[in-house]
Design a protein around this ligand. Structure first.
Ligand SMILES: N[C@@H](CC(=O)c1ccccc1NC=O)C(=O)O
Length: 306
């Protein structure tokens, strides 16, 4: 046990893994059960662009709204049929290992959520090599400040992130909002198949430009940050749901479990769910369906609190 009450760091299972094994554990496409790895990645962007086109075809969207000065600092807002001052907002951050993915292929949950009166915001950020992780975290912070300022009467802002996007969303637990002049009305976090400790990623082939030093990895690891410098929830009612797919790799499952435990130890209202029979990508694809268990949990969480 260390002074912080955690002992996993001394026996982190990834430290005993070969480079091949680490590469394997941190390549989600290799753990897809119903498709081959390449086919899974093709299907991923195909489904993403189709649902996004469909979401935009309803005409109830504001596209490429700038939230900052930079070219890449744009977001899309999808509005429900009944627009009111007091809508809840779900803000989504896509994954792609901080080096792929786009807001233009990520409108997965728009249809079932807008149908129930939730406005959905899909955020673009500068992926590597253009952006560094620090810049991405800063852009995500800015995008949330923008939503709060544009919709000050919102019924709550819920953050949702997938994979690398879940790390970006989780970093918002540590954000210093005072510095930004506005405290967003954050009411919940939905973290899907995320990575919360980036140190093992440093040792994979995916890493090359992302995390040059251990300090970069630690500064951008919500797990490490919350263990070394715990923060308090601004709103004690703020809910955090940490989810992972049953078919995600053992390392992805471990990261989610440990992050959930760290949150609970820190006094956050966190829950954990391993979603039955889905992989790293299906967990997100299924959010296109209103009757999917995770869609229902998200809607219930939002409407229990507003
Ligand atoms: N090269 C990775 C791709 C990947 O990790 C990924 C792809 C799309 C969306 C999320 C992903 N993972 C985390 O951000 C793989 O082989 O699975």
């Amino acid at each position: 046990m260390d002074v912080l009450g955690g002992n996993h760091r001394h026996e982190a299972p990834w430290k005993r893994m070969s480079k091949e094994e680490l590469d394997n554990q941190y390549s989600p496409s290799r753990w897809v059960v119903r498709l081959g790895a390449e086919e899974a990645m093709r299907t991923y962007s195909q489904i993403g662009s189709e649902v996004t086109k469909r979401a935009q075809a309803t005409g109830r969207s504001l596209l490429d709204v700038p939230y900052g000065e930079g070219e890449g600092e744009k977001l899309d807002i999808y509005l429900p049929e009944a627009v009111s001052e007091a809508m809840p907002f779900l803000v989504f951050f896509h994954g792609g290992y901080w080096q792929s993915g786009s807001k233009d292929t990520s409108a997965f949950m728009v249809s079932p959520l807008t149908a129930q009166g939730v406005a959905v915001v899909i955020v673009a950020y500068d992926i590597a090599p253009k952006g560094t992780l620090d810049q991405m975290v800063d852009q995500v912070t800015q995008s949330i400040v923008f939503v709060q300022k544009r919709y000050p009467g919102n019924q709550g802002i819920y953050l949702c992130g997938h994979s690398a996007g879940a790390q970006l969303a989780a970093m918002m637990l540590l954000a210093n909002w005072i510095k930004h002049g506005v405290t967003p009305n954050l009411k919940g976090f939905f973290l899907l198949s995320g990575v919360y400790d980036l140190e093992p990623i440093m040792h994979t082939s995916e890493n090359a430009p992302l995390l040059p030093t251990l300090e970069d990895a630690q500064r951008n690891s919500p797990l490490w940050q919350l263990e070394t410098a715990p923060t308090q929830p601004a709103d004690p009612a703020c809910r955090i749901l940490v989810t992972v797919g049953q078919h995600d790799s053992p390392e992805f499952c471990r990261q989610s479990r440990e992050f959930h435990q760290t949150l609970c130890r820190g006094g956050w209202k966190a829950s954990f769910a391993e979603l039955h029979d889905v992989d790293h990508f299906e967990i997100l694809w299924n959010l296109t369906q209103e009757d999917y268990v995770l869609t229902q949990i998200i809607l219930k969480t939002i409407f229990q609190q507003s």
